[in-house]
Design a protein around this ligand. Sequence first.
Ligand code: SER
Length: 315
Amino acid sequence: MILVTGAAGQLGSDLVDGLVARHGGSAVLATDLRCCDQLKRSGADTASLDVTDADAVRMMIQDGVFEQVYHLAGILSARGEKQPDLCWTVNVDGLKNVLNAVRDTRTRVFWPSSIAVFGPATPRHRTPQVTVKDPSTMYGVAKASGELLCDYHASKFGVDVRSIRYPGIISSSVPPGGGTTDFAVDMFVEAVKSGQYTCFVRETTRLPMMYGPDAVKAALDLMDASPSRITIRTSYNLTAFSFSAEELAEAIASRVPGFVCEYEPDFRQAIADTWPEVIDDSKAREDWGWHPEYDITAMVDDMLSHLVDPASSHV
Ligand code: SER
């Protein structure tokens, strides 16, 4: 049996679909704060779970027979700046509750970290696996702390916890909420809907990104890897490609005639400015064979075909 927290989110909904396709609906328990219709449509079993409620998390994990927990519940960077206390509580206390609950079980845990653990003093080009981490957002502070919690629980209590520092994730099924990299998804949606988008970061803003199906594949591949292959228990750098906002707008405009993108940076610009432009993910490639399936061209084509015809399948 597999437990997913934050299952109604951007990554969660695609991951639940992937897990149900692999293992069948009755092998997956998809939970979120509120158990919505979209979760029910996934075919997985569903339940409500507040990850900040330590007793509820302990009871659910210890009463269940979970071989794996994908603990995805979290608050993203931009919302985290507006609600820093909530961001800490959900992202750090929620993780601690899960790690404590699995301590005496054989449950394998997946937890997403982020490029947000890096900050102004981190090298922004080919950011190494081991480097300065001086996050300037509460989201980044929480993710950096979470990485240390994972490493501590692995070395102290033998918890088999595995993590990825995700770049921006682009997907068409469930929109992201409250992130800095959301502009990339919004740009596609608005291009198809209205042919016009006002981007909240400058045109030159370059960030590492990944297409949703690859984000799911990375989580599944990492969780499939034999424990001896996992040499990093904080979190693995991971990427598929990097582009500037302007390059994405051009790629979309070449397929959506007449699409116009304007730029009006807001407070999220300052966040993006402290994150890497290009990530070195060679450790993930070496240790557990990470390789993305989608380059930018395949991602743009697939995103647009899904937004124009939501029933179409991934290439
Ligand atoms: N996509 C996240 C955000 O923008 C970063 O991990 O907050």
